[in-house]
Design a protein around this ligand. Sequence first.
Ligand code: 13P
Ligand code: 13P
Ligand code: MG
Ligand code: MG
Length: 365
Amino acid sequence: MSKVTLSVIKADVGGFVGHSSVHPNLLAAAKDHLETRGKGLLTDFHVGHVGDDIELIMTHSLGVDNEDIHKLAWDAFLAATAEAKKLKLYGAGQDLLSDSFSGNIKGMGPGVAEMEFEERTSEPVIVFMADKTEPGAWNYPLYKMFADPFNTAGLVIDPKMHKGFDFEVHDLIEHKKVVFHCPEEIYDLLVFIGAPGRYCVKSVYSRTLGEIAATSSTQRLNLMAGRYVGKDDPVMIVRCQSGMPAVGEALEPFSKPHIVAGWMRGSHHGPLMPCGAREAIPTRFDGPPRVVALGFQLCGGKLIGPQDFFADVAFDRARQIANEMADYFRSMGPFEPHRLGLEELEYTTMPDVLKRLAGRLVPIE
Ligand code: 13P
Ligand code: 13P
Ligand code: MG
Ligand code: MG
């Protein structure tokens, strides 16, 4: 049996208007590029967006980290950037850190989540895409999906899930990784992933099936660029059913909005609001941060879908809670923890203010 690779590669190459959404011309340019240049490379593709980020959802048989696929995505983003520049859209080319492609799109700005697997008799997958947040935003929902029996009934009652899952966690500062075997190591796991600004769940593996179950983008653009260039609005792929979480178990963690970093100027905490693709246009204070979930059935590598899960009325209440949380956070204005801690701020006037006050800063007796 041949394997299928699902590659989700995303970038913000210009916002319409401000950082709120993507102009249709950019989506058309990206689609057109994949349609014409992806011939012979791609089995299928879908171009989506959440807020100002474009997601290229692609299937093929070339494996992860394939240079041709990465170059195809890079060039699609360049084509969209050209449209963004024509329309003078905000932050045109924002996430493309280099002028020329160098073999692997990772480290060049765009976010990448890819997995290769043998397509099962039926292969339901969900592509989660978020805006105004960072890769660590997936830690909480991934923990709930794959390690919390109060979220995922299958962990208790499905013989194919009962042995648990392995979590591969990356330290984004020191560039190290470690695998935790769960459930027995959940306390160790939580010490790390409870700090989502530094430790991110990269992938999850089924211990029963010995197969990849989920993977996420873990790029930290700002660390790569060494300057503020926007947040690393992340993507994630989750395989569902038959030994993986049911679709509803994968969606359930988003029914209670958790607090993520990345709102306004990449410098504020706020609730992650689940919403349908059409509602994924962050407005209030450039937010609140959004997450969209697109479901597909794979069929010989073809993407049958999408199903726009969070458009469902069952998530209305989560949106209402997120709006209430947003009111509360906003009332704190420039105070932490609405504003991020000093070391996490994307933007700061602190060095300038300190310099100006240098003569007035005197030791306390
Ligand atoms: P600028 O207007 O200086 O780009 O910053 C505001 C913003 O939107 C942050 O990305
Ligand atoms: P993006 O990272 O989505 O471009 O948002 C920038 C921002 O901080 C808007 O306030
Ligand atoms: Mg932007
Ligand atoms: Mg964005």
